[in-house]
Design a protein around this ligand. Structure first.
Ligand SMILES: Nc1ncnc2c1ncn2[C@@H]1O[C@H](COP(=O)(O)OP(=O)(O)OP(=O)(O)O)[C@@H](O)[C@H]1O
Ligand SMILES: [Mg+2]
Length: 315
């Protein structure tokens, strides 16, 4: 499959802050790439470069075969962007906002009006279409923002943290809208801080931290990389947590994490680790109130991936 997006050796610094430190990635045409990273990882910087809003210091990025720096004018009408912060006009109504975007893309007045009506219908904004945006909820704003990014029917779409700050129901609604878009063949790059979101929407996930790609693959592959299971140990006495951690640390390939009296050990062999943990704790005379094997949560996968990077970066 041809690549709709090709990025090689991209670098960008703001003064002494290195935001992108040599990023390489590709997005196959018609596929969804999830760009996953914590605050400050460089996600927005990458999206702004790819949507021609910011120029890179070094490296190359081509979209639909066009260079983001050299062919920006030709490329811009083929791209859609819903930024991290809503870009709609608060004083205008939803319908007026969408018509205005259409006019910015030089659509004839009538076409712009028809496009606005279609998008209002599709994004379930009918009831609020003629009210000023300043009274909209967060979920309605995000839907309107996404609608605005589609006015020009872009073949390549960028969504920068489309669901951050939304409640679970609004998030689910937006996921369904995004999935329908993708079924229609749009190539999508979306950034997120949630592995769950990347896992649900993306064909491939690229994890970035400190401006570098630290992992990539499918959601399942990333989960596997962290180890298949977690053993939870709850110690009876909070004062014994550090003692228990040192006793257990030889059993797992990561240092056990803890929250209160609960220690968690990532492992490939849940039951075997559980048995050995019980023996070691008993030998050390550490009393436990709970001992269990479970699958890792997505948050743990993400924390482990980004923590690994911190260890690598340490001197
Ligand atoms: N205009 C700017 N001036 C100076 N530094 C900046 C600017 N924009 C971003 N940075 C810095 O560059 C780094 C990457 O920022 P970026 O906004 O790309 O991260 P992000 O992954 O989008 O984070 P978030 O999840 O918080 O949106 C951060 O250290 C940030 O502080
Ligand atoms: Mg950002």
């Amino acid at each position: 499959m041809p690549h709709a997006v090709e990025v090689a050796g991209l670098r960008k610094a703001y003064g002494s802050t290195v935001a992108l430190d040599g990023v390489d990635l590709t997005v196959a045409a018609g596929s969804v790439l999830g760009l996953l990273g914590p605050n400050g990882a460089g996600k927005t910087t990458l999206v702004r470069i790819l949507t021609t809003l910011l120029s890179p210091d070094a490296g190359q990025a081509r979209i639909l075969g066009l260079d983001v720096a050299g062919d920006a004018e030709r490329l811009r009408p083929r791209l859609g962007l819903a930024g991290q912060h809503a870009s709609v006009d608060e004083l205008l109504t939803a319908r007026e906002n969408l018509r205005m975007v259409g006019r910015l893309y030089h659509l004839p007045r009538r076409t712009a009006a028809r496009r606005a009506d279609e998008l209002i219908e599709r994004f379930d904004l009918g009831d609020a279409a003629d009210r000023p945006v300043k009274g909209f909820s967060g979920g309605m704003r995000r839907r309107l923002d996404l609608a605005a990014s589609l006015v020009n029917e872009p073949p390549v779409l960028f969504l920068d943290e489309p669901t951050t700050g939304l409640d679970p129901r609004s998030r689910l609604g937006l996921w369904e809208i995004i999935e329908r878009l993708v079924e229609d063949g749009t190539t999508l790059l979306l950034t997120t801080q949630y592995l769950e979101e990347a896992d649900r929407l993306a064909d491939r996930i690229v994890v970035i931290d400190h401006g570098q790609v630290i992992a990539e693959g499918t959601g399942d592959a990333l989960k596997e990389r962290v180890g298949g299971q977690v053993v939870d140990v709850r110690v009876a006495d909070l004062a014994e947590v550090e003692h228990a951690r040192s006793v257990l640390s030889s059993l797992a390939h990561e240092t056990p994490t803890s929250e209160g009296a609960l220690l968690s050990l990532p492992t490939d062999d849940g039951v075997g680790t559980l048995v050995r943990a019980a023996q070691k704790l008993e030998a050390a005379e550490i009393a436990v109130t709970d001992l269990a094997v479970r699958r890792p949560s997505l948050d743990e996968v993400f924390l482990t991936l980004t923590a690994r990077d911190d260890q690598d970066a340490a001197p």
